[in-house]
Structures are given as C-alpha cells and as structure tokens.
Design a protein around this ligand. Structure first.
Ligand SMILES: [Zn+2]
Ligand SMILES: [Zn+2]
Length: 418
C-alpha cells in the first residue's frame, strides 16, 4: 500500500465495524436504562457560545482555562465545542421553556484539549442524565444508583462509588475562607496555578495533580467538616438511601469535581480494570446553575459517564446484535436487472439485501458477499428466471437449495433467525 496522505488528528478515534456497532450497543443500553428511570432524550448543539461554559463551569476551572476548543466564527462570535453536557442542557431547557420538573438524557461527542492517554481522547463519547427541578436527596441517591446500575448491567463488577458533600450558599463562603487561610499558610507548597486558584476559588486546589499541592490539601480542612445543618441532613439522607439500596459506597472528603457549579452532593465512579484506578464518570447536584442562566430558582442533579473508559472497563464488551444480509447473485447480464428488482423487493420486506453490480464474474460476486459478511446468497440464473425459482445458499453451512419465488422471503427470514 502506498503511504497515506492523511491521518486522523491526535486524540481522535475511528470506529470501524464491528467496534462501531459495539459502541452503539452500549449507547443503546444506556438509552434503554435512562428511559427506564423516566428520562427523555435531549439533543443540543455540539458547540455553544463560549459564555455558556465559562459562566457555569467557572473561569478558574481547568476545563475552561486549559481544555476548551474555542474559536471565533466568520462573524467574530466566540464559540466553543462543548467540553461537557450539563451547561448546554440547562441552557436548552430554559430556552425551550421545558415544564419542570423534567428528566433529560443525552448521548454524544464532547471535546477537550487534554493529554491523550489510555481511554482519554480529545473527542470523546459521553452519556448522561440531568434531573431538573428535583430537590430531594433521594434523587441524588437514585442518580448515583442509576450509574452503578448501568455499569453492573455491562458486567463491570469492580466499580466503586465515592461520595462527598461540598456544602451550599449558606455554609460554603465561611468554609472557603477557612480553606483559603489554611492553604495560604502553606503557600510555599502550592504551584503557580494554585496560587491563582487560591485567589479565585480555593476549592479548585483540590483538583491539582501536583504532589506538593496534594499534600497541602491533605492538611487542609475539608468541606465535609464545615457543612451547615441542612447540608448535613441532606448528605446523611443520600448515604442512607444508598445503603438501603445495598450500593457500596465510600466517603471521599476531598472529592470536589472540577466544576464550579456543583453544590452539596458530588460523586465519582472508579474502576481498577483500566490499570490504575481511574474514573468512569461522576456528577453532582447543581442547585444554582439554572439561576445562573437567568432562570427561576431550580434545583438540579446529574451524572455523566465516559463511553471510551466504560468500553475499556467492560470485561466482555457487549457483542453487536447479529447482523444479517442477503446477497443477490446474477449469473449473466440478462439477470442483473432481476437481481436489482429482487433486492428492492427484499428491502421492502425489511430484509437487508445487496447486489454487486460491478463484478464481471460470479466468483467475484461471491467474494463480495464474503467481504460483506452476508448470511446467504440468492442466485438468479437463466433457468431460475424461467422457472420463477431461486437458489438459496446458506453461507454458514454451504447448503444450497431451490426455493419458489412466493416463499423466498420466508426462507430468507428463517436463515436470519439467530
Ligand atoms: Zn450548607
Ligand atoms: Zn497546584
């Protein structure tokens, strides 16, 4: 093969059959489960006005400062390829005046300019649900359970859930100052990024991967220790609802998730099947986000799950649904039109059918049937055409027999049945 002139951009992937089909299977499993929990699909644009993400995720967050694909269009608008799902969903729910409460799910591509590594890509698949207008801690627990349910159904058994609470408007300002003081006292341990974070939003220091910053955070007070009575009660109800469902979970007092809009519950799913323990997804409560977008006070909670890492963690990747195809073979030029007509007739009956119009010889057509991984071949020759019968060849067994025209569809369906 001559050298290719183009290759895909760094951090992107191609999905060729059957991997593309396997991926769609996982998406289908997600859609089915989300529908079981009362969610309906929302489809939003893959790019939004940059402000949608800057205002919600937070100016100081890593997503906004380092990872967004932002650009100006030809009319000088500031646009960004969506790095996450929640802000666009909230924007769309408000813009379309959806009746609250409403439960929405999404499936699609997202974009972050990060360092590509195992299971992490610059264009990645993500699925998620958002419950808008629901305040009960039982909803937090149900969403946490939903994600775990999804992983369990895919056969991911080593998945653990970490849960935390990061407080509310009442208790967080005081905590933020306590944290700022503690981190300021250790500021020689903080990296340059974290010194900026210290000013803007000290909670962001929890996201830093630099070792000395992690140590500083270990010695700093946690949000959990500074919850107000309402937040404390909410958190206890989330945890007891998880326990009641028999869902194993662990406390992680330093889990803040890298976005500014979360309040109270934050959670993350971890799996060891990716080598080092890694996140499969997570989410949290965002009771102020709708207001931030100019809407009425509306609580919200959601989860987002990364498709690539989920596929890697699934021990037996879900098999694509068995695909069936009938390949119609014509023996001489005289039957080519008849082959095309038969293929059309089969398609009308919902049977996938294909014809190789190019091949000069029958052998070439059989080779095409093989490349297409056809289930069977239907052969039309001069004799068949005259007698109004077809030769039906089962490609799995090699068995071939004559079938009358009026029972052909039934005979093909019988071969497709597995
Ligand atoms: Zn609070
Ligand atoms: Zn740092």
């Amino acid at each position: 093969m001559s050298e290719l002139k183009q290759s895909r951009p760094k951090g992107t992937q191609d999905f060729v059959p059957p991997d593309s089909e396997r991926r769609r299977q996982v998406e289908a499993a997600f859609r089915h489960l989300a529908a079981c929990y009362g969610y309906r699909e929302i489809i939003t644009p893959t790019f939004e006005h940059t402000a949608v993400f800057v205002k919600s995720s937070g100016e100081g967050s890593d997503v906004v400062t380092k990872e967004m694909y932002s650009f100006k269009d030809r009319a000088e608008r500031d646009l960004t390829l969506r790095p996450e799902g929640t802000p666009g969903v909230v924007r769309a729910a408000l813009e379309n005046r959806l009746r609250l409460p409403c439960r929405l799910y999404y499936v699609g591509p997202f974009f972050r300019y990060g360092r590509p590594q195992k299971g992490r890509f610059r264009e990645f698949g993500q699925v998620g649900v958002e419950a808008l207008g629901e305040a009960s801690p039982l909803v937090d627990a149900e969403i946490i359970y939903f994600g775990a349910d999804f992983f369990r159904r895919l056969g991911i058994s080593d998945c653990t859930v970490q849960v935390n609470s990061i407080g509310c408007r009442t208790c967080r300002p005081a905590y933020r100052e306590t944290l700022r003081k503690s981190l300021f006292d250790q500021k020689e341990r903080l990296c340059a990024d974290c010194l900026v974070r210290l000013e803007r939003n000290p909670l962001r220091v929890f996201d830093c991967k630099v070792e000395t910053c992690r140590q500083a955070v270990q010695d700093a007070p946690t949000p959990r220790q500074h919850l107000c009575a309402d937040c404390e009660r909410h958190h206890e109800q989330v945890l007891s609802a998880l326990t009641r469902r028999g869902l194993r979970h662990a406390a992680n007092d330093r889990l803040v998730r890298g976005l500014d809009y979360y309040n109270r519950t934050t959670f993350e799913y971890l799996s060891t099947s990716l080598g080092a323990q890694d996140s499969l997804g997570g989410g949290g409560r965002y009771d102020y986000l709708v207001e931030d977008f100019g809407g009425p006070p509306t609580p919200g909670v959601g989860v987002a799950i990364g498709l690539e890492r989920t596929l890697l963690a699934a021990p037996v990747a879900p098999a694509p649904a068995r695909r069936h195809l009938a390949f119609v073979i014509w023996l001489t030029e005289a039957e080519r039109a008849a082959a095309q007509e038969l293929a059309d007739r089969l398609r009308t009956d919902g049977i996938a059918a294909q014809v190789d119009y190019d091949a000069r010889k029958v052998k070439g057509q059989f080779r095409s049937a093989d490349a297409a991984e056809a289930t069977c071949c239907i052969i039309i020759g001069p004799d068949e055409l005259a007698k109004s019968v077809y030769s039906l060849k089962d490609l799995a067994t090699g068995e071939q027999r004559e079938v009358a025209s009026d029972v052909l569809v039934e005979a093909v369906r019988a071969l497709f049945r597995d």
